[in-house]
Ligand binder design. Structure first.
Ligand code: ATP
Ligand code: AMO
Length: 429
């Protein structure tokens, strides 16, 4: 029976393995094949004079990245990675890789990001790249488990929708029979409607679509958003939930992903401590201005300002009490000073990871706010009706999964954190 490569130790006498040919070396009388599966790499050593002609013929045919299987004797040796090697009695090429390869999986020849993404199936074979997705998987698992434990119900909301939610970013229009429709920018309106529907606490991990015109290292046109909404809660409750969710993802990775972190060369992985510091928007623009990036009340935080404030904070932190004018219509303003609202952003020193807020649950005020943003309330009837028939106060947030992974692993480009990224120039593969 085939066993995973990591289980091939000197303690097992015989092993049957299968995987991809990572590297091959021919030293005259000896040929080495490094064989890779998702658990590790094993040296297969072929003493040419001692193996059958069938094995020799197969070795000759086994080009790099071919899928092979072999069975034989396991021997301890200090000269091979992992302190063991396999001397095959049988070896078979299951699927021969053509030559030359479009991309060097062993990373001896480096490729630019575009070439890597064009040949993503090969790029993803690299242990280092695979490790990113093991960690991404661990984060999403940890976050789901944390939220389930906190009595959140996981939901799936429509991705084909009739209305925009987030100002400031464009929509992708869709040919939907005779109707106008778009790809959803955020589950925002749906998670709020579910508060009226009595779900109390919901979360969703799903795709969001944003027609960002520009190509940046931290924007995608299709991203994964981790969204929550909770009833009878204010922005402080939502912030507490968020810092615990983020800390639980880090803690899970620290506990369960040692091998993947090592593969990535990360030796100083730190779980952030909660609570994260909170500063107000006013304080943030003061820090930015003092640091040479002048901002006035009402400005959005520019990328340069985010960097100045991030450097000063040096850790994950919240920015609270945003100008109402900078936030979407669904945000609750403070009753005593309506120019400021109960919104927050959660920031990593490098960039924004999350936006959230206590929402406006008062129908008349919400209609006013929709109008104030120059939008037509009629287009939001499906969303507004639930506010007329019993809506609890509620709060929530959206956390970008790719930005979480990108900052956690110090990746330079957000595309590294997506299997098949969609950007301004890329819809394939
Ligand atoms: P919002 O929360 O407003 O919907 P967002 O979550 O996409 O936006 P960011 O994109 O991180 O937030 O916005 C932070 C800052 O990044 C913006 O104020 C702007 O300076 C910069 N920025 C946003 N979008 C782009 C873009 N497409 N190209 C270049 N810079 C951008
Ligand atoms: P916002 O628009 O700030 O808020 O999005 C929330 C988070 O989603 C991530 N994100 C992106 N990641 C990559 N590429 C993009 N183009 C992109 N756009 C957004 C970011 C961002 O912080 N409805 C609100 C959330 C809420 O209030 O519940 C919203 O969508 O990490």
């Amino acid at each position: 029976m085939r066993i995973p490569i990591k289980d091939v130790t000197p303690a097992v006498e015989r092993a049957h393995i299968a995987g991809w040919v990572h590297e091959e070396r021919d030293l005259g009388g000896l040929t080495f094949l490094l064989v890779r599966d998702r658990t590790g790499i094993l040296q297969v050593t072929i003493p040419k004079k001692k193996v059958t002609p069938e094995v020799l013929a197969a070795v000759k045919d086994a080009t790099r990245e071919s899928v092979i299987e072999c069975e034989g004797v396991v021997k301890a040796t200090e000269k091979a990675p992992g302190g063991r090697e396999l001397v095959p009695e049988t070896l078979r090429v299951i699927s021969r890789a053509e030559t030359p390869l479009p991309l060097d999986v062993s990373e001896k020849v480096l490729a630019d990001l575009d070439t890597r993404l064009d040949n993503r199936y090969l790029d993803l074979r690299k242990p280092r790249i695979n490790a990113i997705f093991q960690i991404r998987n661990a984060c999403l698992r940890a976050i789901s488990e944390y939220l389930w434990d906190q009595k959140f119900t996981q939901v799936q909301t429509p991705k084909i929708v009739a209305a925009a939610t987030e100002g400031g970013t464009e929509l992708f229009p869709l040919a939907y029979f005779d109707k106008e429709a778009f790809l959803n920018q955020s589950p925002q309106l749906y998670k709020q409607m579910l508060m009226s529907a009595g779900f109390d606490r919901v979360f969703e991990i799903g795709a969001i679509f944003r027609a960002e015109e520009h190509n940046t290292a931290r924007h995608l046109n299709e991203a994964t958003s981790i969204d929550i909404e909770m009833s009878f809660a204010d922005e402080e409750d939502a912030m507490k939930m968020l810092e615990n969710v983020v800390a639980s993802a880090y803690a899970y990775v620290a506990e369960h992903c040692g091998d993947a972190l090592e593969t990535l060369g990360i030796t100083d992985f730190k779980v952030p401590t909660v609570p994260f510091p909170r500063i107000t928007y006013k304080e943030a623009i003061e820090i930015s201005t003092a640091g040479g990036e002048p901002l006035v009340f009402g400005d959005d935080l520019s990328t340069a300002a985010e960097r100045v404030v991030g450097e000063k904070m040096g850790t994950m932190y919240f920015i609270t009490e945003w100008p109402t004018s900078t936030r979407p219509f669904y945000t609750m303003p403070f009753a005593d000073r309506p120019e400021v609202c109960r919104a927050f952003d959660m920031m990593h020193p490098r960039m924004e990871l999350t936006s959230g807020a206590q929402r406006c649950h008062i129908h008349s005020l919400l209609v006013e706010q929709i109008k104030a943003k120059g939008l037509n309330p009629d287009a939001f009837e499906f969303y507004l009706n639930p506010f007329r028939y019993g809506m609890p106060p509620h709060a929530g947030w959206g956390l970008g999964a790719e930005r979480l992974v990108m900052t956690m692993l110090d990746l330079q480009n957000i595309r590294e954190a997506v299997l098949f990224p969609r950007d301004r120039h890329r819809v394939s593969p």
